[in-house]
Ligand binder design. Sequence first.
Ligand code: SAM
Length: 381
Amino acid sequence: MKKKKRKHFNHLIEKHRGSGSAPVCPHFGECGGCLFQHIAYQDQLALKKEMVNDTLGAAASIDHVHPSLPYRYRSRMDMVTAFGKCGLRRAGSHRIVVDVTGCSIMQEKSDALFRSMRPLVLAVEGYDYLAHQGYLRYVVIREAMHTGQVMVNFVTSARENRLAAVIDHAAGEADSISLIHSGGLADLNYGEIYETVRGGYIEENFDGIRFRITPNSFFQSNSAVALAMYRKIREHARGRVLDLCSGVGSISLFIAGRAEQVTGVEMNSEAVEIAGVNRTINGIANAEFICSDAGSFLRSAGGSWDTIVLDPPRSGMQRRVMEEIDRLRAETLLYMSCNPSTFAIDIAALRNYAVESVDAFDMFPQTPHVELLSVLRRRSG
Ligand SMILES: C[S@@+](CC[C@H](N)C(=O)[O-])C[C@H]1O[C@@H](n2cnc3c(N)ncnc32)[C@H](O)[C@@H]1O
Protein backbone atom coordinates (compact mmCIF):
# COMPACT_ATOMS: atom_id res chain seq x y z
CA MET A 1 0.00 0.00 0.00
CA LYS A 2 1.36 3.46 -0.91
CA LYS A 3 2.38 5.70 2.03
CA LYS A 4 -0.36 8.31 1.51
CA LYS A 5 -3.03 5.64 1.09
CA ARG A 6 -1.85 3.81 4.22
CA LYS A 7 -1.96 7.08 6.20
CA HIS A 8 -5.53 7.72 5.08
CA PHE A 9 -6.48 4.09 5.83
CA ASN A 10 -5.06 4.40 9.38
CA HIS A 11 -6.91 7.68 9.82
CA LEU A 12 -10.21 6.01 8.85
CA ILE A 13 -9.55 3.14 11.26
CA GLU A 14 -8.99 5.58 14.13
CA LYS A 15 -12.09 7.57 13.16
CA HIS A 16 -14.37 4.51 13.18
CA ARG A 17 -12.80 2.66 16.08
CA GLY A 18 -15.34 4.06 18.50
CA SER A 19 -15.15 2.45 21.93
CA GLY A 20 -13.54 -0.59 20.33
CA SER A 21 -14.17 -4.24 20.84
CA ALA A 22 -12.21 -6.98 22.59
CA PRO A 23 -10.60 -9.19 19.92
CA VAL A 24 -11.84 -12.77 20.24
CA CYS A 25 -8.65 -14.28 18.86
CA PRO A 26 -5.44 -14.61 20.92
CA HIS A 27 -3.39 -14.08 17.74
CA PHE A 28 -4.95 -10.70 16.94
CA GLY A 29 -2.29 -8.02 16.42
CA GLU A 30 0.24 -10.51 15.14
CA CYS A 31 -1.63 -12.64 12.60
CA GLY A 32 -2.20 -11.04 9.19
CA GLY A 33 -5.57 -12.77 8.75
CA CYS A 34 -7.76 -10.30 10.66
CA LEU A 35 -6.93 -6.61 11.07
CA PHE A 36 -10.26 -5.32 12.39
CA GLN A 37 -11.11 -7.49 15.41
CA HIS A 38 -10.53 -4.52 17.74
CA ILE A 39 -13.33 -2.60 16.00
CA ALA A 40 -16.97 -3.37 16.89
CA TYR A 41 -18.76 -4.98 13.95
CA GLN A 42 -21.16 -2.08 13.29
CA ASP A 43 -18.16 0.27 13.23
CA GLN A 44 -16.36 -2.02 10.75
CA LEU A 45 -19.36 -1.65 8.44
CA ALA A 46 -19.29 2.15 8.75
CA LEU A 47 -15.53 2.14 8.11
CA LYS A 48 -15.91 -0.01 5.00
CA LYS A 49 -18.70 2.23 3.72
CA GLU A 50 -16.37 5.22 3.93
CA MET A 51 -13.45 3.29 2.37
CA VAL A 52 -15.64 2.25 -0.58
CA ASN A 53 -17.08 5.74 -1.11
CA ASP A 54 -13.58 7.28 -0.97
CA THR A 55 -12.39 4.81 -3.60
CA LEU A 56 -15.37 5.18 -5.92
CA GLY A 57 -15.30 9.00 -5.78
CA ALA A 58 -17.72 10.58 -8.23
CA ALA A 59 -18.32 7.28 -10.08
CA ALA A 60 -20.88 5.94 -7.56
CA SER A 61 -21.67 5.72 -3.88
CA ILE A 62 -23.10 3.24 -1.41
CA ASP A 63 -25.31 4.03 1.56
CA HIS A 64 -24.45 0.98 3.65
CA VAL A 65 -22.56 -2.31 3.62
CA HIS A 66 -24.70 -5.47 3.81
CA PRO A 67 -23.55 -7.36 6.93
CA SER A 68 -22.44 -10.97 7.31
CA LEU A 69 -21.96 -13.35 10.17
CA PRO A 70 -19.03 -11.51 11.82
CA TYR A 71 -17.17 -14.74 12.70
CA ARG A 72 -17.25 -18.38 11.56
CA TYR A 73 -18.03 -17.46 7.96
CA ARG A 74 -14.93 -18.50 6.04
CA SER A 75 -15.09 -21.56 3.83
CA ARG A 76 -11.37 -21.86 3.20
CA MET A 77 -8.16 -21.38 5.14
CA ASP A 78 -4.66 -22.04 3.84
CA MET A 79 -2.39 -22.84 6.78
CA VAL A 80 1.32 -22.43 6.07
CA THR A 81 3.60 -25.12 7.53
CA ALA A 82 7.08 -23.66 7.89
CA PHE A 83 9.77 -22.99 10.52
CA GLY A 84 8.22 -25.49 12.96
CA LYS A 85 4.91 -23.57 12.87
CA CYS A 86 1.52 -24.03 11.32
CA GLY A 87 -0.60 -20.96 10.75
CA LEU A 88 -0.88 -17.70 8.88
CA ARG A 89 1.64 -15.05 7.91
CA ARG A 90 2.31 -12.13 10.19
CA ALA A 91 0.60 -8.87 9.23
CA GLY A 92 2.84 -7.14 6.70
CA SER A 93 5.47 -9.89 6.57
CA HIS A 94 5.72 -12.79 4.19
CA ARG A 95 8.77 -14.15 6.01
CA ILE A 96 7.19 -14.79 9.40
CA VAL A 97 4.59 -17.43 10.19
CA VAL A 98 2.36 -16.99 13.23
CA ASP A 99 1.68 -20.30 14.97
CA VAL A 100 -2.10 -20.28 14.94
CA THR A 101 -3.83 -22.62 17.38
CA GLY A 102 -7.29 -22.07 15.92
CA CYS A 103 -9.14 -19.52 13.82
CA SER A 104 -12.37 -17.75 14.74
CA ILE A 105 -13.34 -16.71 11.20
CA MET A 106 -13.14 -20.30 9.89
CA GLN A 107 -16.37 -22.25 9.94
CA GLU A 108 -16.80 -24.28 13.10
CA LYS A 109 -16.33 -27.83 11.86
CA SER A 110 -13.19 -27.08 9.87
CA ASP A 111 -11.71 -25.08 12.75
CA ALA A 112 -12.34 -27.99 15.15
CA LEU A 113 -10.65 -30.35 12.72
CA PHE A 114 -7.72 -27.96 12.31
CA ARG A 115 -7.27 -27.69 16.09
CA SER A 116 -7.31 -31.44 16.62
CA MET A 117 -5.09 -32.17 13.62
CA ARG A 118 -2.52 -29.50 14.40
CA PRO A 119 -0.18 -31.45 16.74
CA LEU A 120 0.05 -34.19 14.11
CA VAL A 121 0.71 -31.63 11.37
CA LEU A 122 3.51 -30.10 13.46
CA ALA A 123 5.14 -33.52 13.72
CA VAL A 124 5.56 -33.56 9.93
CA GLU A 125 8.54 -31.79 8.34
CA GLY A 126 7.41 -28.35 7.13
CA TYR A 127 8.72 -26.47 4.10
CA ASP A 128 11.14 -23.59 4.48
CA TYR A 129 9.94 -21.37 1.63
CA LEU A 130 12.90 -19.00 2.07
CA ALA A 131 15.59 -21.70 1.74
CA HIS A 132 13.36 -23.88 -0.48
CA GLN A 133 13.85 -27.01 1.60
CA GLY A 134 11.51 -29.42 3.29
CA TYR A 135 8.26 -31.22 2.61
CA LEU A 136 4.81 -29.96 3.74
CA ARG A 137 3.98 -26.49 2.36
CA TYR A 138 0.31 -25.96 3.17
CA VAL A 139 -2.63 -27.59 4.84
CA VAL A 140 -5.74 -26.25 3.12
CA ILE A 141 -9.06 -26.78 4.90
CA ARG A 142 -12.36 -26.04 3.14
CA GLU A 143 -15.94 -26.36 4.35
CA ALA A 144 -19.17 -26.02 2.41
CA MET A 145 -21.48 -23.92 4.62
CA HIS A 146 -24.78 -25.37 3.44
CA THR A 147 -23.84 -29.07 3.36
CA GLY A 148 -21.24 -29.17 6.17
CA GLN A 149 -18.87 -31.18 3.97
CA VAL A 150 -15.18 -30.70 4.76
CA MET A 151 -12.11 -31.00 2.52
CA VAL A 152 -8.46 -31.21 3.54
CA ASN A 153 -5.61 -30.77 1.02
CA PHE A 154 -1.97 -31.32 1.86
CA VAL A 155 0.35 -29.40 -0.47
CA THR A 156 3.80 -31.01 -0.53
CA SER A 157 7.08 -30.28 -2.30
CA ALA A 158 7.57 -33.96 -3.22
CA ARG A 159 5.19 -36.53 -4.68
CA GLU A 160 5.40 -38.67 -1.51
CA ASN A 161 2.81 -39.47 1.08
CA ARG A 162 4.54 -39.02 4.45
CA LEU A 163 1.34 -38.10 6.22
CA ALA A 164 -0.09 -41.40 7.49
CA ALA A 165 -0.84 -40.26 11.06
CA VAL A 166 -2.43 -36.93 10.16
CA ILE A 167 -4.45 -38.46 7.31
CA ASP A 168 -5.67 -41.21 9.62
CA HIS A 169 -6.90 -38.54 12.03
CA ALA A 170 -8.47 -36.31 9.33
CA ALA A 171 -10.25 -39.28 7.75
CA GLY A 172 -12.65 -39.35 10.71
CA GLU A 173 -13.97 -35.87 9.85
CA ALA A 174 -13.14 -34.96 6.26
CA ASP A 175 -15.22 -35.93 3.23
CA SER A 176 -12.32 -35.27 0.86
CA ILE A 177 -8.58 -35.63 1.40
CA SER A 178 -6.06 -34.97 -1.37
CA LEU A 179 -2.31 -34.69 -1.74
CA ILE A 180 -1.16 -31.95 -4.07
CA HIS A 181 2.31 -31.49 -5.52
CA SER A 182 3.79 -27.99 -5.62
CA GLY A 183 7.48 -28.49 -6.35
CA GLY A 184 8.64 -25.17 -7.79
CA LEU A 185 10.19 -22.13 -6.20
CA ALA A 186 6.92 -20.18 -6.30
CA ASP A 187 4.95 -20.26 -3.07
CA LEU A 188 1.85 -22.01 -4.45
CA ASN A 189 -1.00 -23.58 -2.50
CA TYR A 190 -2.25 -25.54 -5.53
CA GLY A 191 -0.77 -27.92 -8.08
CA GLU A 192 -1.07 -31.43 -9.47
CA ILE A 193 -3.20 -33.81 -7.39
CA TYR A 194 -1.01 -36.91 -7.01
CA GLU A 195 -3.12 -38.85 -4.54
CA THR A 196 -6.80 -38.74 -3.71
CA VAL A 197 -7.04 -40.42 -0.33
CA ARG A 198 -10.75 -39.84 0.01
CA GLY A 199 -13.61 -38.26 -1.97
CA GLY A 200 -11.82 -35.84 -4.26
CA TYR A 201 -14.46 -33.13 -3.94
CA ILE A 202 -17.06 -31.61 -1.64
CA GLU A 203 -20.40 -30.09 -2.58
CA GLU A 204 -21.96 -26.75 -1.73
CA ASN A 205 -25.67 -26.06 -2.25
CA PHE A 206 -27.19 -22.66 -3.12
CA ASP A 207 -31.03 -22.71 -3.19
CA GLY A 208 -31.06 -26.30 -4.47
CA ILE A 209 -28.28 -25.83 -7.05
CA ARG A 210 -25.37 -28.14 -6.27
CA PHE A 211 -21.76 -27.06 -6.80
CA ARG A 212 -18.91 -29.49 -6.80
CA ILE A 213 -15.73 -28.01 -5.32
CA THR A 214 -12.48 -29.78 -6.22
CA PRO A 215 -9.10 -29.30 -4.47
CA ASN A 216 -7.73 -26.72 -6.91
CA SER A 217 -10.92 -24.90 -7.84
CA PHE A 218 -12.02 -21.46 -6.69
CA PHE A 219 -15.20 -21.06 -4.70
CA GLN A 220 -16.42 -17.91 -2.93
CA SER A 221 -15.05 -17.57 0.63
CA ASN A 222 -18.31 -16.73 2.38
CA SER A 223 -21.23 -18.81 1.12
CA ALA A 224 -23.98 -16.86 2.92
CA VAL A 225 -22.86 -13.56 1.39
CA ALA A 226 -22.13 -15.10 -2.03
CA LEU A 227 -25.67 -16.53 -2.07
CA ALA A 228 -27.16 -13.08 -1.33
CA MET A 229 -25.11 -11.61 -4.18
CA TYR A 230 -26.00 -14.40 -6.61
CA ARG A 231 -29.71 -13.87 -5.81
CA LYS A 232 -29.33 -10.22 -6.70
CA ILE A 233 -27.54 -11.09 -9.94
CA ARG A 234 -30.38 -13.50 -10.76
CA GLU A 235 -32.97 -10.74 -10.21
CA HIS A 236 -31.35 -8.64 -12.95
CA ALA A 237 -30.27 -11.32 -15.43
CA ARG A 238 -32.47 -11.98 -18.44
CA GLY A 239 -32.36 -13.20 -22.03
CA ARG A 240 -29.03 -14.28 -23.44
CA VAL A 241 -26.41 -14.04 -20.71
CA LEU A 242 -22.63 -13.94 -21.04
CA ASP A 243 -20.84 -14.80 -17.77
CA LEU A 244 -17.20 -13.68 -18.02
CA CYS A 245 -14.70 -15.25 -15.58
CA SER A 246 -17.24 -17.96 -14.79
CA GLY A 247 -15.00 -20.19 -12.62
CA VAL A 248 -16.73 -23.48 -11.84
CA GLY A 249 -19.94 -22.07 -13.33
CA SER A 250 -21.53 -21.07 -10.05
CA ILE A 251 -23.14 -17.80 -11.20
CA SER A 252 -24.09 -19.21 -14.65
CA LEU A 253 -25.85 -22.24 -13.18
CA PHE A 254 -27.49 -20.29 -10.37
CA ILE A 255 -29.11 -17.84 -12.80
CA ALA A 256 -29.79 -20.28 -15.67
CA GLY A 257 -33.44 -20.72 -14.61
CA ARG A 258 -34.06 -17.00 -15.31
CA ALA A 259 -32.17 -16.88 -18.61
CA GLU A 260 -32.83 -18.00 -22.16
CA GLN A 261 -29.23 -19.17 -22.52
CA VAL A 262 -26.05 -18.70 -20.46
CA THR A 263 -22.51 -18.84 -21.85
CA GLY A 264 -19.73 -18.99 -19.26
CA VAL A 265 -16.19 -18.03 -20.33
CA GLU A 266 -13.28 -19.01 -18.11
CA MET A 267 -9.56 -19.42 -18.82
CA ASN A 268 -8.82 -22.13 -16.21
CA SER A 269 -9.46 -25.47 -17.90
CA GLU A 270 -9.93 -27.40 -14.63
CA ALA A 271 -12.66 -24.93 -13.59
CA VAL A 272 -14.37 -25.27 -16.99
CA GLU A 273 -14.34 -29.06 -16.64
CA ILE A 274 -15.98 -28.83 -13.20
CA ALA A 275 -18.51 -26.32 -14.55
CA GLY A 276 -19.53 -29.03 -17.05
CA VAL A 277 -19.92 -31.57 -14.23
CA ASN A 278 -21.93 -29.04 -12.21
CA ARG A 279 -24.24 -28.48 -15.19
CA THR A 280 -24.78 -32.25 -15.50
CA ILE A 281 -25.47 -32.94 -11.82
CA ASN A 282 -28.05 -30.13 -11.82
CA GLY A 283 -29.63 -31.21 -15.13
CA ILE A 284 -29.30 -27.70 -16.60
CA ALA A 285 -29.64 -27.67 -20.40
CA ASN A 286 -29.34 -23.96 -21.26
CA ALA A 287 -25.78 -23.33 -20.05
CA GLU A 288 -22.50 -23.83 -21.90
CA PHE A 289 -18.92 -23.28 -20.77
CA ILE A 290 -16.05 -22.19 -22.95
CA CYS A 291 -12.39 -22.35 -21.96
CA SER A 292 -10.90 -19.08 -23.19
CA ASP A 293 -9.38 -15.82 -22.15
CA ALA A 294 -12.27 -13.33 -21.94
CA GLY A 295 -10.54 -10.88 -24.30
CA SER A 296 -9.87 -13.50 -27.01
CA PHE A 297 -13.44 -14.76 -26.72
CA LEU A 298 -14.92 -11.28 -27.12
CA ARG A 299 -12.74 -10.47 -30.11
CA SER A 300 -13.49 -13.68 -32.00
CA ALA A 301 -16.99 -14.78 -31.00
CA GLY A 302 -20.05 -13.29 -32.62
CA GLY A 303 -23.43 -13.03 -30.94
CA SER A 304 -25.27 -10.44 -28.98
CA TRP A 305 -26.07 -10.50 -25.29
CA ASP A 306 -28.86 -9.05 -23.19
CA THR A 307 -26.91 -9.40 -19.95
CA ILE A 308 -23.18 -9.57 -19.25
CA VAL A 309 -21.96 -10.78 -15.86
CA LEU A 310 -18.36 -9.98 -14.97
CA ASP A 311 -16.58 -11.33 -11.89
CA PRO A 312 -12.83 -10.85 -12.38
CA PRO A 313 -10.00 -11.54 -9.90
CA ARG A 314 -8.71 -8.82 -7.51
CA SER A 315 -6.51 -7.44 -10.26
CA GLY A 316 -9.64 -6.48 -12.24
CA MET A 317 -10.11 -6.80 -16.00
CA GLN A 318 -7.68 -5.75 -18.69
CA ARG A 319 -8.54 -2.41 -20.33
CA ARG A 320 -8.96 -4.03 -23.75
CA VAL A 321 -11.55 -6.45 -22.34
CA MET A 322 -13.50 -3.56 -20.79
CA GLU A 323 -13.46 -1.84 -24.19
CA GLU A 324 -14.80 -4.99 -25.86
CA ILE A 325 -17.58 -5.17 -23.24
CA ASP A 326 -18.37 -1.53 -23.94
CA ARG A 327 -18.60 -2.23 -27.66
CA LEU A 328 -21.11 -5.07 -27.07
CA ARG A 329 -23.71 -2.70 -25.59
CA ALA A 330 -25.67 -5.35 -23.69
CA GLU A 331 -28.77 -4.00 -21.97
CA THR A 332 -27.41 -4.85 -18.50
CA LEU A 333 -23.89 -5.32 -17.14
CA LEU A 334 -23.60 -6.90 -13.69
CA TYR A 335 -20.12 -6.40 -12.26
CA MET A 336 -19.13 -8.35 -9.11
CA SER A 337 -15.80 -7.23 -7.66
CA CYS A 338 -13.67 -8.01 -4.62
CA ASN A 339 -11.57 -4.88 -5.17
CA PRO A 340 -13.21 -1.42 -5.22
CA SER A 341 -10.02 0.17 -6.64
CA THR A 342 -9.86 -2.01 -9.77
CA PHE A 343 -13.66 -1.84 -10.09
CA ALA A 344 -13.43 1.98 -10.25
CA ILE A 345 -10.67 1.82 -12.89
CA ASP A 346 -12.57 -0.76 -14.95
CA ILE A 347 -15.90 1.05 -15.07
CA ALA A 348 -14.14 4.29 -16.03
CA ALA A 349 -13.36 2.59 -19.36
CA LEU A 350 -17.08 2.25 -20.16
CA ARG A 351 -18.72 4.90 -22.34
CA ASN A 352 -21.92 3.03 -23.21
CA TYR A 353 -23.11 2.05 -19.72
CA ALA A 354 -24.28 4.10 -16.74
CA VAL A 355 -24.09 2.91 -13.14
CA GLU A 356 -27.60 2.28 -11.84
CA SER A 357 -26.57 0.97 -8.41
CA VAL A 358 -23.64 -0.30 -6.38
CA ASP A 359 -24.16 -2.57 -3.39
CA ALA A 360 -21.37 -3.48 -0.98
CA PHE A 361 -21.40 -6.81 0.85
CA ASP A 362 -19.20 -7.73 3.81
CA MET A 363 -17.82 -10.94 2.37
CA PHE A 364 -14.75 -10.76 4.64
CA PRO A 365 -15.60 -9.50 8.18
CA GLN A 366 -12.66 -8.62 10.48
CA THR A 367 -10.56 -7.78 7.40
CA PRO A 368 -10.35 -4.59 5.29
CA HIS A 369 -11.84 -6.37 2.27
CA VAL A 370 -15.31 -5.85 0.85
CA GLU A 371 -17.18 -7.16 -2.21
CA LEU A 372 -19.16 -4.96 -4.60
CA LEU A 373 -22.02 -5.73 -6.96
CA SER A 374 -22.89 -3.07 -9.48
CA VAL A 375 -25.80 -2.93 -11.89
CA LEU A 376 -24.94 -0.93 -15.02
CA ARG A 377 -27.44 -0.19 -17.80
CA ARG A 378 -26.83 0.60 -21.46
CA ARG A 379 -27.09 4.31 -22.15
CA SER A 380 -29.77 5.20 -24.64
CA GLY A 381 -28.79 6.64 -28.01
C1 SAM B 1 -13.25 -14.19 -8.66
S1 SAM B 1 -13.19 -15.65 -9.62
C2 SAM B 1 -14.88 -15.77 -10.07
C3 SAM B 1 -15.42 -17.14 -10.31
C4 SAM B 1 -16.93 -17.29 -10.42
N1 SAM B 1 -17.56 -16.19 -11.10
C5 SAM B 1 -17.55 -17.53 -9.08
O1 SAM B 1 -18.43 -16.76 -8.65
O2 SAM B 1 -17.20 -18.51 -8.42
C6 SAM B 1 -12.39 -15.07 -11.05
C7 SAM B 1 -12.20 -16.10 -12.16
O3 SAM B 1 -11.73 -15.40 -13.33
C8 SAM B 1 -10.87 -16.25 -14.06
N2 SAM B 1 -10.13 -15.35 -14.98
C9 SAM B 1 -9.18 -14.44 -14.65
N3 SAM B 1 -8.80 -13.75 -15.73
C10 SAM B 1 -9.52 -14.22 -16.79
C11 SAM B 1 -9.56 -13.90 -18.17
N4 SAM B 1 -8.78 -12.95 -18.69
N5 SAM B 1 -10.41 -14.58 -18.95
C12 SAM B 1 -11.21 -15.56 -18.44
N6 SAM B 1 -11.20 -15.91 -17.12
C13 SAM B 1 -10.37 -15.24 -16.31
C14 SAM B 1 -10.08 -16.95 -12.98
O4 SAM B 1 -9.51 -18.15 -13.46
C15 SAM B 1 -11.17 -17.19 -11.91
O5 SAM B 1 -11.79 -18.44 -12.08
